[in-house]
Design a protein around this ligand. Structure first.
Ligand code: PXP
Length: 246
């Protein structure tokens, strides 16, 4: 059965604009409150090593301002682990992080980093934090996630989104099949599949139609649309498109 698809709104780029001037405006906490009011299902925030958008004090303020579950995107480092254990977000999504990249450009190599990731995952799980791994939709990475016992994986939809932008229809279809097949395989093995990266009003629906997906995490495009239309209409429009696709 196709259940409700949750929308996690990534508010990082409200903080990017704030940080451009170094002050307090616009405040990502205000964005989190709006998302909560207009039917978003969760707040996603990525505390990067260089703090280029979300800062440490934002996490506590976001948690204090809304009852929505916080999904903390984090690199698998001792520093981020300590922060996650101190804040105990509802969920932690482990992402690869390169200092020089503009955004999270690819999935985590879960298969190649088994020994590094396993103790981090188990400490997060012991603290009651739901762990997910941000991976490419491939059998190799999904197998690794299964072996590590994570309850959730998030499939990176960046290749799909780029192909859609380039008008490469064959690649769009290939990527969709890959994400759809891996979502089915994840669900069959008891892992809850999520997806995200580069999703827009134009490309969200074929992804949202994948029945096993339980959650999409969407940020940059929504914050961009919010500049023109406001955050609430942008979230409501995305929500509507997702619901129509189910
Ligand atoms: N999911 C994860 C794990 C991410 O790292 C990101 C980007 O920070 C997103 C979703 C959202 O991607 P976008 O900002 O392109 O919507």
């Amino acid at each position: 059965m196709t259940g409700k698809l949750r929308l996690g709104v990534n508010i990082d780029h409200v903080a990017t604009i704030r940080n451009a001037r170094g002050g307090d405006h616009p405040d990502p906490v205000r964005a989190a409150e709006i998302v909560a009011r207009c039917g978003g299902d969760g707040i996603t925030a990525h505390l990067r090593e260089d703090r280029r958008h979300i800062r440490d004090d934002d996490l506590k303020r976001i948690q204090g301002a809304t009852d929505l579950p916080l999904n903390l995107e984090m690199a698998a480092t001792e520093e981020m682990l300590a922060i996650a254990l101190a804040h105990k977000p509802h969920a932690a999504c482990i992402v690869p992080e390169k200092r020089e990249e503009r955004t999270t450009e690819g999935g985590l190599d879960a298969a190649g980093q088994h020994n590094h990731l396993t103790p981090i995952i188990s400490q997060l799980k012991d603290a009651g934090i739901r762990v997910s791994l941000f991976i490419e939709a491939s059998e190799r990475q999904l197998d690794a996630a299964l072996q590590m016992g994570v309850p959730v994986v998030e499939f990176h939809t960046g290749e799909y989104a780029h192909a859609a932008l380039d008008g490469d229809h064959e690649k769009v279809e290939r990527e969709l099949k890959r994400i759809s097949d891996m979502s089915a395989l994840a669900a069959k093995n008891g892992i809850e599949p999520h997806a995200g990266h580069g999703l827009t009003y134009e490309n969200v629906q074929p992804i949202a139609a994948i029945p096993q997906l339980a959650e999409l995490n969407i940020g940059h495009y929504l914050i961009g649309e919010a500049i023109f239309d406001g955050l609430e209409p942008a979230v409501l429009r995305m929500r509507e498109l997702m619901d129509l696709a189910r």
